[in-house]
Write a protein that binds this ligand. Structure first.
Ligand SMILES: C=C1C[C@]23C[C@H]1CC[C@H]2[C@]1(C)CCC[C@@](C)(C(=O)O)[C@H]1[C@@H]3C(=O)O
Ligand SMILES: O=C(O)CCC(=O)C(=O)O
Ligand SMILES: [Fe+2]
Length: 364
């Protein structure tokens, strides 16, 4: 069956919403009824300036948050305010283009990059009320972002490409600083995870949530844990990010000068389950569009994901099998819609694959 193509500009003008966007009652949001989750605010600049007392306190706070819900916020991050403002302006400029122009970058089936409008053709139900533009970013390939944006959207979008090339480079720098803090808090030292992610092959995702006339019947992004390693997210001032903690949905209030950081499934495996990749979602509203910029730190595709030996012992046996990020990414793009059980289902899948007889070629 050919999936309908949804145009947010058309959808928002109707009184009802298509049934494919309506989520079951037990998952549908009550966006106004959630209390705030107070997560630690980490002064990352102060931390790395060498103040040992402050460093010990921050390391403790980050460790506590990551053992509970995996979310914290960073301030004094050194990201230029004008670059951040430009990144948000570019999101508005892209997503307010006509659908046909956006579809020049249409995500191809099985790929993680490109433009997706409510995942037409990808999922048949529980469609998220959002549009996204995702692209890869690698510190070792400084022209990757610009080349991709110009090749898919055209020369007149070079400025967007250049703005996001700078943004992703800054995100990669901040990610490695955060990896130092995580390594310290896990007792494996500041360089262990920093070195693991130095050659990262990360994903930048722009989320655009148009206003919805039935905000309590749909979701902007469904309940999930990020399959990636670390997410550095900047939400605009509208609000809508919710984390499932202490058995209920709690909102994380927007802070213009802060980035929301959360552990993903891959880092949960790298910490042998010590740090939690947590369930979260995004709700929409009936009044204004909402935007969020999500930088997903990912290892090189074929690096083996395994925890350091110091985190594995008799009391803490291996929680997950060895795997590569390429295999987990493929799993989420071709076989399984990432949700709150992705790593568990993926681990079983990997172990079953290992039991399959290897394909034997017979020569006749
Ligand atoms: C590796 C990824 C897959 C998704 C984008 C990144 C990290 C988060 C994942 C996602 C947002 C989790 C919820 C479901 C999903 C399909 C979505 O709503 O976009 C996921 C992304 C994806 O598979 O495109
Ligand atoms: O938009 C948000 O606040 C959250 C989006 C998210 O969780 C994601 O893209 O993985
Ligand atoms: Fe997420």
């Amino acid at each position: 069956m050919v999936q309908p193509v949804f145009d947010a500009a058309v959808l928002s003008a109707q009184s009802d919403i298509p049934s494919q966007f309506i989520w079951p009652a037990d998952e549908s949001p009550t966006p106004d009824a959630t209390e705030e989750l107070h997560v630690p605010l980490i002064d990352i600049g102060g931390l790395l300036s060498g103040d040992r007392a402050a460093a010990a306190e921050v390391t403790r706070l980050v460790g506590e948050a990551c053992e509970q819900h995996g979310f914290f916020q960073v301030v004094n991050h050194g990201i230029d305010a004008e670059l951040l403002a430009d990144a948000h302006r570019c999101v508005d400029a892209f997503f307010t283009m006509p659908l046909g122009d956006k579809q020049r970058a249409l995500r191809r089936p099985g790929e993680s990059c490109g433009y997706a409008s409510s995942f037409t053709g990808r999922f048949a139900s529980k469609l998220p009320w959002k549009e996204t533009l995702s692209f890869r970013s690698c510190p070792s390939e400084p022209v990757l972002v610009v080349d991709y944006i110009v090749a898919t959207l055209g020369e007149d979008h070079r400025r967007l490409g250049e703005a996001y090339a700078r943004y992703c480079s800054e995100m990669s720098r901040l990610s490695l600083e955060i990896m130092e803090v995580l390594g310290e808090s896990l007792g494996v030292g500041r360089v262990h995870y920093r070195r693991f992610f130095e050659g990262n092959e990360s994903i930048m995702r722009l989320n655009y949530y148009p206003p919805c006339q039935r905000p309590n019947e749909t979701l902007g992004t469904g309940p999930h844990c990020d399959p990636t390693s670390l997410t550095i997210l900047h939400q605009d001032d509208v609000g809508g990010l919710q984390v499932h903690a202490d058995g209920r949905w709690r909102s994380i209030a927007p802070r213009a000068n802060a980035f929301v950081v959360n552990i993903g499934d891959t880092f949960m495996a790298l910490s042998n389950g010590r740090y939690r990749s947590c369930l979260h979602r995004a709700v929409v509203n009936s009044r204004v569009p909402r935007k969020s910029l999500a930088f997903f730190l990912c290892p090189q595709m074929d690096k083996v994901v395994a925890p350091p030996g110091t985190l594995v012992d008799e009391a803490n046996p291996r929680a997950y099998p060895d795997f590569t990020w390429r295999k987990l990414l493929d799993f989420t793009q071709k076989h399984y819609r990432a949700d709150m059980r992705t790593l568990e289902v993926f681990s079983d899948w990997v172990q079953q694959q290992a039991l399959l007889p290897t394909a034997t070629t017979t020569t006749t």
